[in-house]
Design a protein around this ligand. Structure first.
Ligand SMILES: *Cc1c(COP(=O)(O)O)cnc(C)c1O
Length: 363
């Protein structure tokens, strides 16, 4: 029989997995990210007229979806990427979960799904993490994938009448601050003007697998740097992380979001950190930046590093930007990416003081 657990005022039923894999068994695949999920998941449904109902922790399982559901046909899907870590003194830590919950609401609205209220999102997350607390590796993290899918039993232009919100978690190894090479993608784009590029909806990632494969097989690159759909010189972002250039004098630049770039929570935090120490307002820029301008700035010697940022990888510098012609443009090795990498990791393991109140501890 399921039991009930009340979290932040939400009654969440808990049905235990009768045959859970042990943490040791789940940890065996930690290096192949996302292959092995923990024994439980969180789910809650929304239906027109009924609202959100049946919040529940259940054994990790396959979903039953109407064959007509718009999540299968028209990309009515949204997701988040987060991490839970264990602090050195054993507490479960989340890095500003409200920022993810708020972005998730915006994502849902982009594809006409019912937004999950922030407090329900966080209650579900806490319930699942307390259930799976033994699956947070000491020398890694628990990667969290909140997901919402459109489950309406029709695909026409009618209002959505059923959405499912679920959360699954997988133990992951910590990322490394080592540089990686990226292919400047001059053929494909991830998002266009008026599209859904600023939301974490599945459709934006439909090219990801094929583009990364080409980058790896033909150019030995670990990721792709997308450029604008209407200007292949204009830098946008990587497949699942944002782009930064660090200049001399501590100045940083990241491409402006417009409606095409995902507003990364890590990107926002980096801009905030730089702006806090910037009395004259001259150090953090959101603007346009092209490959040509980068070449000129490299030649002038004013670029200190080029780096990527996102929850899954933290902050990682670029070794070489590689062009479709095969040309490799080496990037200088600055100190800021490693500093930021260590700072965010320190917050997550509790060894750096959280002066912003970003961290949330579950126990
Ligand atoms: C998730 C994501 C990011 C990084 O966002 P964070 O909130 O920092 O993890 C950047 N770009 C894209 C396209 C993404 O999907």
């Amino acid at each position: 029989m399921p039991t009930t657990r009340v979290i932040d005022g939400f009654a969440i039923s808990v049905e235990k997995n009768p045959v859970p894999q042990t943490p040791e068994e789940v940890f065996t695949t930690i290096k192949t990210f996302g292959k092995q999920w923990t024994p439980h998941m969180f789910m809650v449904d929304w239906e027109a007229g009924k609202g959100w109902h049946d919040a529940r922790i259940v054994p990790y399982q396959n979903l039953s979806i109407p064959p007509t559901a718009p999540c299968l046909h028209y990309g009515q899907e949204g997701f988040e990427g987060m991490k839970a870590t264990r602090t050195r003194d054993g507490r479960i830590a989340l890095f500003d979960p409200k920022a993810n919950a708020e972005r998730f609401m915006k994502t849902a609205k982009e594809v006409d799904m019912e937004p999950v209220p922030v407090d329900l999102f966080i209650a579900g997350l806490k319930a699942l993490l307390l259930q799976e607390r033994d699956y947070i590796p000491n020398d890694g993290n628990l990667y969290i994938r909140p997901t919402e899918v459109g489950m309406s039993p029709f695909w026409g232009a009618e209002d959505t009448n059923h959405c499912l919100f679920y959360i699954i978690v997988t133990p992951a190894a910590n990322s490394s601050p080592e540089p990686f090479d990226a292919l400047v993608e001059s053929i494909h784009s991830r998002a266009g003007p008026g599209g859904t590029g600023s939301a974490k909806v599945g459709g934006n990632y439909s090219r990801l697998t094929a583009d990364k494969k080409r980058a790896r097989e033909q150019f030995g690159c670990a990721d792709v740097l997308y450029t604008a759909a209407d200007n292949k010189e204009l830098i946008e972002e990587f497949t699942v992380r944002n782009f930064f250039v660090e200049f001399t004098e501590g100045v940083v630049l990241t491409p402006e979001l417009r409606d095409r770039i995902l507003p990364g929570t890590t990107r926002n935090k980096i801009l905030q950190l730089v702006r806090e120490k910037d009395e004259k307002g001259e150090k953090a820029y959101e603007g346009s930046y092209t490959i040509e301008k980068l070449r000129q700035d490299l030649a002038k010697g004013v670029v200190k590093s080029v780096f990527s940022c996102g929850t899954s990888v933290g902050v990682q510098p670029i070794g070489n930007l590689v062009l479709n012609t095969g040309e490799r443009i080496p990037m200088p090795e600055g100190t800021l990416p490693k500093k930021l990498f260590d700072y965010f990791n320190g917050l997550r393991d509790g060894t750096v003081e959280d002066t912003h109140g970003w961290m949330v501890f579950l126990d």
